[in-house]
Design a protein around this ligand. Structure first.
Ligand code: UT7
Length: 321
């Protein structure tokens, strides 16, 4: 059975930087509070002419160039996003069109901040079964447009961006295992209504992120601790076998708790949130790309990716890069 090997990565961050100081001019907060409680100093904000699909295209083209393949080689495109340009067609189809790719299938995955891990899990099944040979995965989000900029509990956290990864069938190791879960029992703890179609409790709510932050925080820490244990056990591995942790970038304190659980020094953890905030489904792929491109993640090393998000959804991917 073939492995899904990483053959290219890419990312895109919009130009505009919004600092904690700027946010503290419009809501009751401060740079010191945000930095201490989250590890975030600034985030990127997409321009008026940018969209999930336009950002996805830049990240995807970078990954394609890094892999040195022709776009036509891609036979499956999976886009993870909670902020699609349109309800339909999927952002996957919009990206397929932008890349000029024919003879492939494209679709979106909606698993909030865990979306890219879910997409990697799906891609791995396609590749292992022989149903696809080359898969493009992109996580792309314009969180700034679904954030209530008067809510200090959420507007300090999120940012915009896109990350991409290309996987190809290979005899040598790539993805070693993926583990994905969801539990809809927690649907009210973190959600974003869709005002045009909402009914019941969400009927008159605007389309902004709503989160019970502190409760989400505690569940995220516990859940990520469990998934990390499960991933190691499934691969008969020990904490010391992991070279790099590439976590979802929600809060530095959540990331530090997972690193501690793995007995990893923060030097082995890829952290991007200080200048990017939480880019939801894009965050893990943006961080992975950064550490590949700056040479931290080397071929042959073992990398653990993990994420947690609305649903709740959560998951991990263990990769031999
Ligand atoms: O990516 C998807 C998953 N999402 C997450 O994992 C997010 C998880 N949650 C978090 O990152 C944190 O819970 C937050 C950063 C959102 C909040 O930090 P916290 O340490 O959990 O604070 P808290 O909600 O318990 O609030 C503590 C205090 C409260 O004041 P009182 O009641 O103690 O007087 C809040 O009203 O901090 C207050 N507060 C703020 N103060 C200044 C909440 N937000 C702010 C703020 N600036 N932005």
């Amino acid at each position: 059975m073939p492995y899904s090997r990483v053959i290219g990565t890419g990312a895109y961050l919009p130009e505009e930087i919004r600092t904690n100081e700027q946010i503290s001019q419009t809501v009751d907060t401060s740079d010191a509070w945000i930095y201490e409680r989250t590890g975030i100093k600034s985030r990127r904000i997409a321009g008026a002419d940018e969209s999930a699909a336009s950002m996805a295209e830049v990240a995807a083209r970078q990954a394609i160039a890094a892999a040195n393949i022709k776009p036509e080689a891609i036979d499956l495109i999976i886009v993870a996003t909670g902020t699609p340009d349109r309800v339909y067609p999927s952002t996957g189809c919009l990206l397929q069109q932008r890349l000029g790719i024919k003879n492939s299938v494209a679709f979106d995955v909606q698993a909030a901040c865990s979306g890219s891990i879910f997409a990697m899990s799906i891609a791995d099944q396609y590749i292992k079964s022989g149903a696809a040979k080359t898969v493009l995965i992109v996580g792309t989000e314009i969180c700034s447009r679904i954030v209530d900029w008067t809510d200090r509990g959420t507007c300090i956290l999120f940012g915009d961006g896109a990350g991409a990864i290309l996987l190809a069938a290979s005899d040598s190791a790539g993805i070693m295992s993926t583990h994905i879960y969801s539990d809809g029992e927690y649907e009210d703890m973190l959600y974003c209504p869709n005002p045009q179609v909402a009914t019941g409790d969400n009927k008159d709510e605007p389309g902004y992120i709503s989160m019970r932050g502190n409760e989400v925080f505690k569940i995220a820490v516990n859940t990520l601790g469990r998934i990390v244990d499960e991933t190691l056990a499934a691969n008969n591995m020990d904490q010391s076998d992991i070279d790099w942790l590439v976590p979802h970038q929600a809060n530095i304190r959540i990331i530090a708790a997972t690193a501690k659980k793995l007995k990893m020094s923060m030097d082995q953890v890829v952290v991007t949130l200080e200048n990017q905030g939480n880019t939801s489904s894009a965050s893990v792929l943006i961080a992975f790309n950064e550490a590949v491109r700056d040479g931290r993640i080397q071929r042959g090393q073992v990398v653990l990716l993990e994420a947690f998000g609305a649903g709740f959804t959560w998951g991990s991917a263990l990769i031999k890069y």
